[in-house]
Design a protein around this ligand. Sequence first.
Ligand code: ISL
Ligand code: CA
Length: 564
Amino acid sequence: MHKTESSKRMAESKESVWWKEQIIYQIYPRSFNDANGDGIGDLRGIIEKLDYLKELGVDIIWICPIYQSPNDDNGYDISDYRAIHPDFGSLADLEHLISGLHDRGMKLIMDLVVNHTSDEHEFFKASQSSIDNPQRDYYIWKEPASDGGPPNNWMSFFGGSAWAYDKSSNEYYLHLFTKKQPDLNWENPKVRNEIYDIINFWLEKGIDGFRMDVIPLISKRTDYPDAHEDSFPKVIEKVYSNGPKVHDYIKEMVSKSIAHYDVLTVGEGPGISKEVALKYVGKDRGELNLIFHLDHMYLGQGKDGKYTPVPYTLTDVKRIFNEWDEAIGTDGWISIFMDNHDFPRMISRFGNDDEYRVECAKLFSMLILTLRGTTCIYQGSEIGMTNVAYESMDDYRDVETLNFYKEQKNLDISDQDFLMMAREHSRDNARTPMQWTSGKNAGFSESDKCWLDVNPNHNVINVEACKKDPNSILSFYKQMIKLRKNNNTFVYGQYEELSKGHDKLFIYKRWDNKQTYIVCLNLSQDVIDISDYITSNVTCMISNYKDDNTSQLKAWQAKLFRTI
Ligand code: ISL
Ligand code: CA
């Protein structure tokens, strides 16, 4: 072998790691599949669907928190990190799930929520019990401001002050999320060691990594400055996230736990801008493997977040993808996704979930499977699930929706308008039960009542119907997943948008020294000529329409070309 060739191979193999090439599938366990008929999805329910997931072609399953929790925020408020919530099953069920996945060559990553605990966690109970308790400084306690009010003007992600008053000690504790999610004090080395023990406990069970909830929030600016930014995402970025010790903490966490295992770490990155991202995921940083940045997800959030909306366009979405690709390239790594359990359904938000629902769902699958980064598919996207339009606020369960509803008067929104906004923005849009069949409860549960009502459109949108139709969204996902997995150009290849500035087209090139692909997406209902973009000899590999006229894109048409 030539020297150059062998060194090139070495470079390639150094570059190639499983978590770049594999595909993540996110499961919201309460809503995936209910095996025991109590109306709540569970681990046995997931186990029943492992062959479905294998057939889809995904590799890494991320499951949202399944630990013991009073469920103020559906498991993101943990009261015992080493116990499985009985709603979901037992530790034995989890072990069964791990082996079921491993037997199929798949992996499991769990949610690690360690910026905060539940207020029902033993640590917080001790901490709150008295100012002199040795665990008092496991959390962040502050004296009132001079007027007796909260120590500063920080707002919770879910509305209202981020400080809760504790009468018995006349102090406030910090909770960036709900009052029942007090923030841990990472300045305290004892807290950090407790957390590393928890991480090691789960790694020893043989899981394949973690999705780390709000990881850039763990280090606080300990002078607690007031926030003056003009949008909530900016407050997150400039005031809550990227605190002075965040990288020391992540490095320490990795060296004391993660580094001893071949596992994947995905940081959820609220407030991680493209300017600082490489500090978290840069190849040689010894921190995280990849992040979910939220720039495109936070589009449209104004002063207090999603319920004080500001306008944005699809050009902003493209710009964000472009800028992130440029900032990261192959120096670090990100995930590509367009929805999760915290945001509306991707086709309802960015596309057309009505007349062109099928075309749109296929188009967005092509988008998330051909950009540079590890694709993460949220459960239900593979069958084109949509937002739900509940009749009344009584049908909503999400604490964010309900808290902002309480705050609605301050936000100057009428009752009817709030319901309309909830239909557009509520996290429950993404949390309705998975639609397996057109039957009772969409085949999700035998129960008479599910924890959150199923979307009535399950009579049309469901897995069973997709399986019968060779042109279904599900079948398109399978083809796209196969295509990506057989062509590493989509993983490692370079990226460039060819349609910059166009407000309807998103056309880009992915290439390396072996192949060039051109992805053509029409993010509108107009028929658009694309002959200017397809200059060389090309062959169409897949399209979401039957016809193959290379010079035109129909409404929400998506075509993938290979140059020959
Ligand atoms: O949900 C959001 C906006 O509606 C986000 O701002 C979200 O709160 C943020 O990305 C953090 O999310 C994560 O931590 C939260 C939890 O509620 C979310 O479900 C989780 O993904 C607190 O643990
Ligand atoms: Ca159940």
